[in-house]
Design a binder for this molecule. Sequence first.
Ligand code: FE2
Ligand code: FE2
Length: 191
Amino acid sequence: MEIDTKKLKAFLKQRLSEKRYIHSLNVALECVKLAEAYGEDTKKAYFAGLMHDVCKELSFDEQHKLLENSQFKIDDIERASKPLWHAIAGAVYVRDELGVTDSEILNAIRFHTTGRAGMSRFEEIVYLADLISIDRDYKDLGKMRRLAYSDISEAMREAIAYSIHSVIKKNVYLPRHTVEAYNSYLYAMGK
Ligand SMILES: [Fe+2]
Ligand SMILES: [Fe+2]
């Protein structure tokens, strides 16, 4: 795919806070590295990484409007979990405003917070790049970075497990897609 990187960056820069803009650039760069490591399309990966949080700083009202026009299947728990909305809204935005039709890009953005059962390698790359980008800082980051490049399925299982733990600690809804993702990684590992 051909993308005008300069234009996209300028667009994001005026749309996002400095911190989120830098995070988006870092995720895009990590996406490219992972795409290179796993033989995926680096240009597509750069675009998805750059745009994954494009709607994160819209008001919940604006995010909700995008959800309503999405034609995506959105379940009751997703509807009740506002922090999940920006991912769905982001996919709708790039589809409807930027004319992106590539389903891998749309799914990678739509599921970058929850994961899902049966993620493509491309979706996994975007999910993990968001978690291990250079601006991140948490206890097991080093381990997660190593795993992402050595065993991406195990990295995903670990990342989804981490997400489930943190959701439970925060006492907020556990998205169905996250549970299904966890089970699907275990199942694929023959556990
Ligand atoms: Fe996000
Ligand atoms: Fe992000």
